[in-house]
Ligand binder design. Structure first.
Ligand code: SF4
Length: 372
């Protein structure tokens, strides 16, 4: 059969990550003797006997009446909130087709894109060593399972010719045999990283010591989603810093309310507790990465969320400047006596909540960091 593969996210906005499910489908189908091709646009769909399509993001546009389309199978969290049906076992555990995206990359490079833009596609072996997470955070699509369990041995997706490994495990820290996974990773001799972030709340001395000895690629990334976890996160960061002084980032989720009560009280307390989490991270020499839930766009303080993201998510700025410094710098760069947008947002919030501004606007990473 002549099989067409559609990575709908790729065709809509482009994406940095290859679609692992599609790579596995392609690998399996090739082994069954079929031809597979990644579609570079939707015009070609009628040239294939069978189509497999996937998307990760619900906002990805699919300009195809796929429900009426003959011989198409589609899946992924972009179509089904829980990801839809699992792939059949033979496909799920098949070696991904690491060549699937080659024609796409070649076309992009020929158009002038830098080859290293596609590092995720060409330099990494990709897979899940474990799956599942027991936490069921309200904002997370990952609710299919109640525990963390072993999914694949590394050999199932390891391409020895690829320099690095990245893993999509949902919560490796929650797996009771985590050390077996780390042993396998170590035995490859390759640098690796977990892309979903690690659960700092499950950090132990043993895990931190082990992570210190491993070839972990890039920054360590955790999450600090709820201010209610403040004491726990502080104690875990203290433990972490006993062993590791490498750059550590924490996702800071904001503008999300699990009770769906988006009123003035929520918005103000959300901004206060976002600042408070930033302050705690400064104290541990960690970098916040602001994750704005889409709902921020409806907030009367939408501009404050934009400011917080622009300030924190640029480490070089965040490490040197307080929130006030950042706003002033924006004003300088605007080269106009009229207040720039960053200044307007910060000033109007200060006007309504001067105590909050006084408490947080001047905090500086350099001053608070106890782990220089
Ligand atoms: S801990 Fe992470 S993977 Fe688990 S439910 Fe929460 S956000 Fe999702």
């Amino acid at each position: 059969m002549n099989i067409g593969i559609i990575d709908a996210d790729l065709l809509d906005n482009g994406t940095r990550h290859p679609n692992l499910a599609l790579m596995k489908i392609s690998g399996y189908m090739k082994e069954m003797g079929h031809d597979t091709s990644l579609l570079l646009n939707y015009n070609d769909v009628y040239n294939y006997e069978k189509i497999y399509m996937s998307k990760v993001f619900s906002f990805t546009d699919v300009p195809l009446d796929y429900r009426q389309f003959p011989d198409i199978e589609y899946g992924g969290t972009g179509f089904f909130e829980d990801g839809g049906e699992n792939l059949p076992q033979d496909i799920e555990h098949h070696m991904p087709d690491y060549q699937l995206y080659d024609p796409y990359i070649a076309a992009k490079v020929a158009q002038g894109a830098k080859p290293n833009t596609y590092s995720d596609y060409v330099d990494y072996s990709i897979g899940f060593t474990t799956r599942g997470c027991f936490r069921k955070c309200d904002f997370c699509v990952n609710k299919k399972y109640n525990h963390v369990f072993r999914h694949s041995p590394l050999t199932e997706f390891l391409d020895k010719n690829r320099k690095y490994i990245y893993l999509w495990d949902d919560n490796i820290m929650g797996y009771n045999k985590w050390h077996e996974v780390f042993d396998e990773l170590e035995a490859t001799g390759k640098y690796f990283q977990f892309r979903q972030g690690l659960d700092i709340r499950l950090m132990t001395d043993e895990k931190a010591k082990r992570l210190k000895t491993l070839k972990y690629k890039g920054d360590f990334i955790f999450a600090f989603d709820h201010i209610q976890d403040k004491e726990l996160i502080q104690s875990k960061l203290k433990l972490w810093r006993k062993h590791i002084n490498k750059t550590t980032k924490l996702y800071v989720l904001c503008s999300f309310d699990s009770t769906n009560t988006y009123d003035e009280t929520f918005w103000v307390s959300d901004i206060i507790n976002t600042f408070e989490r930033i302050k705690i991270l400064m104290q541990f020499g960690c970098l916040p990465y602001i994750m704005r839930y889409e709902r921020y766009k409806t907030s009367p303080y939408r501009g404050m969320y934009i400011n917080l993201g622009r300030w924190c998510n640029q480490p070089n700025i965040f490490k040197k400047m307080s929130f006030n410094n950042f706003v002033d710098r924006n004003q300088e760069l605007a080269k106009t006596p009229r207040p720039c947008s960053a200044k307007r947002y910060a000033d109007s919030f200060r006007l309504r909540y001067p105590n909050v501004a006084q408490k947080y606007y001047d905090l500086r990473f350099e001053d608070l960091n106890q782990y220089k």
